[in-house]
Design a protein around this ligand. Sequence first.
Ligand SMILES: C[S@@+](CC[C@H](N)C(=O)[O-])C[C@H]1O[C@@H](n2cnc3c(N)ncnc32)[C@H](O)[C@@H]1O
Length: 214
Amino acid sequence: MQPELISSLAESYAARYTTPEEAVLQRINEETVKNHPQGHMISGHVQGRFLSFISNMIQPKYILEIGTFTGYSALCMAEGIAAGGQLHTIELRQEDADTALKNFNIAQKNNFITLHVGNAKDIIPTLPYQWDLVFIDADKTSYIEYYELVLNKLSEKGLIIADNVLFHGQVLEEPIKGKNALAIQAFNKHVAEDPRVEQVMLTIRDGLLLIKKK
Ligand SMILES: C[S@@+](CC[C@H](N)C(=O)[O-])C[C@H]1O[C@@H](n2cnc3c(N)ncnc32)[C@H](O)[C@@H]1O
């Protein structure tokens, strides 16, 4: 059995004292959890408010998201985007991309969100922007590759946020088993040993790693 990373009492206390989601996000959250077989992958209320909070502080011009899913986290980050800014989000699966697009339209954010359907490894090199905020939240075995692809295109004050860096507690096990947990462990070590950056790991939900250039 996997350990309970954060006590469910602490999680619900945090949710109670965090600003509520807007109705449109609450609906996407509820529908995703109820109807999607992998509904647990959604960022959810508290992490979503964190992404929105950070985005509002940075006021990014260019945001990149790797792993759109049903569009929830993209809409949270979109809340802080600078006037005239663009958010690019990449999703491999057509069905999830269709749902996300529908959600962007309902939220009336489709005028500055571009959804790319395909493999992020192919799409990232085609996007000619300096990123102010990057959210890495796709296949765990590619995290190091995504990090290396975006670091050179991160603006001077840009921030990378990587999700699931505790990987359901599996990185705490000895020995670490499973390709995803091993990949996340390798990613955390890779960043920790990279002299170009500084980083802080937060134990929000499944773990977030915040990374910026020195
Ligand atoms: C954890 S979910 C993203 C959750 C979303 N960011 C949120 O917080 O609501 C990961 C998503 O990444 C997508 N994905 C996996 N591999 C990918 C790849 N190589 N390129 C683009 N998207 C990928 C999956 O299809 C899935 O929808």
